[in-house]
Design a protein around this ligand. Sequence first.
Ligand SMILES: Cc1ncc(COP(=O)(O)O)c(C=O)c1O
Length: 448
Amino acid sequence: MSKLPSLSQSAKERLLNKALDAHDQKKQKQETLPPNSTVRGLFGRKFNDKLCRFDQFDGYKEIQYIELGGKSLGVSSPFFKKHDGIAGAVSLINGQEFINFSSYNYLGLGGHPDVTNAAKNAIDQYGTTVSASRMVSGEREVQQQLEKKIAELYSADDALVFVSGHATNVSTIGYLFGPKDLILHDALAHNSILQGTQLSGATRLSFKHNDWEHLEDILGRQRKDFERVLIVIEGLYSMDGDIPDLQKFITIKKAFKAFLMVDEAHSIGVLGSQGKGISEHCEINPHDIDIWMGTLSKSFASCGGYIAGESALIKHLRHYAPGFLYSVGISPCLAAAAISAIEVMQNEPSRVTLLKERGHYFLRKAQEAGIDTGKSAGFSVIPAMAGSSKNAVVLSNKLFERGINVQPILRPAVEDKAARLRFFMSSEHTENQIDFTIDCLASALEEI
Ligand SMILES: Cc1ncc(COP(=O)(O)O)c(C=O)c1O
């Protein structure tokens, strides 16, 4: 906000709020405007101009408006910040050091020397790419080693690695299920789960967040109308940081002969004393989950996603899942980095313990300071509710001015009234950093 030195902080915020309100009103008005003028294509054909231009897409117009509003008020965008080095508990942004809560480097393994060296060695051996789909000619031993490691982690028959976590969900759900099937997902499911469901053509129903009774009720009424049924939940929810009662979901899936899929993007390496995820945390048999899904981009300091489960599932996906079959194999350096990260986690379980301790410490301190942390269980993800998207942006900028980097979560990712700051914890955050952050956050919340 330094570009408007003559205005007080609160005056700048009032201006920002006004601009965003005006934008909302303007958007509503635009939606009721009559269709734009027509343009002519070849051979005299007439078309609606609005529907032939990229700058007329609603999403693009919204981005433009918010950027312009922000610029004119001197409010810098909280997005696309450039980090100069490794983004851990601290990070250099434009040459300045920040306490960093915006990166899911949960176990501090992004930038760990062993992980970095494993990636470098793999580059020396294989180069940076496998230059083909794995089935065609992109298979490398290091990819197979990673899949073996992941399968072991879940005591599963086998595992399959995709080049992106998002693509893993889209391709697996989208490929396995079809129009005669039913997919039931938690109301707060990640976008990749929704996209996969949409792609599948299955009927999609959501149940209330973490509400297994609601799920049971839907299945009781609807199960008979469908062939296959998939229930999708997450091990730890990426916006709220809370955990499902896994045993209840297992009982329901068994009762209704449904498949249960658990996305462990934010729970693998986080939950359980060894970091084995929600099965360890809830002390359930990992075989009770039909489809284990996870990402390599969080605790495992790499990039990609995986599915683990029984041989028939993995072999089927290995031969036919479009996001695997028609996409390049994971780069050897990323596979090697993930293997090394899993090994460091297994050799140093104190990292998992520390992450838990720091998360619990943050949660307790925040609650003592009267900050609304929603339903967070105090592990890797802790939200601080802001009340609106506008407040979340202002809060994020205020903390940034005090040397703390934390991302606001705005609509449409969450409802406007549920906008928040989302704190990603790392085992490397210190209690001092957390104390300072809570002090700054509490006073920033008072100011708004
Ligand atoms: C629950 C969940 N699933 C899947 C993904 C996609 O993973 P990736 O970012 O590794 O593609 C994310 C990303 O944050 C996520 O939160």
